[in-house]
Design a protein around this ligand. Structure first.
Ligand code: SAM
Ligand code: SF4
Length: 322
């Protein structure tokens, strides 16, 4: 079992397989970075898998593949297959913008994938365009339909932004209710890479919008999930991811691995250690030692609840996988 320096059980690994993306979301990567990480610095699937095996053997039971846009990485299905063959009962999921999903959903399902989180910030083509800075909506909706058709579990992520898509909180909920899938509203997390003028909605403001139509009951956090769950009086369950809340980090169970091999204990801070040289030479002992150090030094909490954001990581969410 993996336990961090604050006594929290860590059983969740998020793996970013690429920092590249085919969207330019204003809250994440509004402009193409000056340079991408050179391809030769990216770990191969075999190298990432070597660390994943270490993490699974040490107690990780949940893995999420993310990015950047993970579906841009060629042969992602072969990577999914490696992981699901090694541990068939692993809770294995992908977070994607859905743009390339209609062509890949069946392959991913056949490779052993069970679940996907798909980002959907608007049902209006022009608003989706404004956020992603590309005409994306039709393809994303097709991707969602296809994922459901092939039998993948789907959850929707929405980041409500003031003056942009804050009037669609209920529309997105209705879209999800009709398909019997869960929506999770994510508070916008301030970061150095986002468009400066963006203003996110606080969790309370999101709930106020939902309450305009539904009476809701708080259910609480689902285990160590970052999502606080609610139920409408007619039985629909939805989630709120609220990193600005003081108790958000109390049950944090996750660490992050980037495509270059940086092992990151907390999204908010810059601290990270590299496992790259260890996995490149097949050094399992060295990789395990880095994992132990990262766990020992995992910060107690982020500082999004504090106005002064001077500690905030300079690493972009598209590098850490959000
Ligand atoms: N490209 C994929 C996608 O968009 O789903 C996966 C990577 S993305 C970094 C993972 C998640 O982080 C997405 O649901 C996205 O909406 C969320 N995200 C990115 N930047 C964010 C921010 N500044 N605040 C809150 N959520 C953010
Ligand atoms: Fe790309 Fe996802 Fe970031 Fe949007 S949120 S720019 S889709 S990585």
């Amino acid at each position: 079992m993996l336990i961090d320096g604050h006594g929290r059980v860590v059983n969740y690994l998020r793996v970013s397989v690429t920092e590249r993306c085919n969207f330019r979301c204003q809250y994440c990567m509004p402009e193409k970075p000056f340079s991408w990480v050179p391809k030769e610095n990216l770990l191969s699937f075999e190298e990432l898998f070597l660390f994943i095996k270490v993490a699974i053997d040490e107690g990780v039971t949940k893995i999420r593949i993310t990015g950047g846009e993970p579906l841009l990485r060629e042969d992602l299905d072969s990577f999914i297959e490696m992981i699901s063959n090694y541990k068939p009962d692993i809770d294995l999921a992908i977070t994607t913008n859905g743009y390339l999903l209609s062509d890949t959903a069946q392959k991913l399902k056949d490779a052993g994938l069970k679940r996907l989180n798909i980002s959907l910030d608007s049902l209006k083509p022009e608003v989706a365009y404004k956020i992603a800075q590309k005409d994306v909506l039709a393809k994303v909706l097709k991707g969602i339909d296809r994922a459901l058709e092939v039998g993948l579990g789907v959850k929707i992520n929405m980041v409500p932004l003031k003056g942009i898509n804050d009037n669609e909180i209920l529309d997105i909920m209705e879209f999800c209710r009709e398909r019997d899938i869960k929506v999770r509203y994510i508070e916008y997390m301030e970061n150095h890479h986002a468009t400066e003028t963006l203003r996110g909605m606080h969790g309370k403001e999101i709930l106020t919008k939902v309450k305009e139509r539904y009476k809701i009951y708080a259910l609480g956090r689902e285990g160590s999930s970052p999502s606080f769950n609610y139920r409408t009086e007619d039985g629909y369950e939805f989630g709120l991811i609220d990193p600005h809340k003081h108790d958000f980090c109390e049950s944090c169970n996750r660490i992050r691995l980037t495509a270059e091999g940086h092992l990151i204990p907390c999204l908010y801070f810059d601290e990270a250690l590299s496992i790259a040289k260890h996995v490149k030479r097949g050094d399992i002992k060295g990789a395990t030692e880095v994992l132990s150090k990262v766990l020992r030094d995992k910060p107690k909490e982020n500082r999004w609840s504090i106005d002064n954001q001077e500690d905030i990581s300079s690493r972009a969410f598209y590098q850490t996988g959000g």
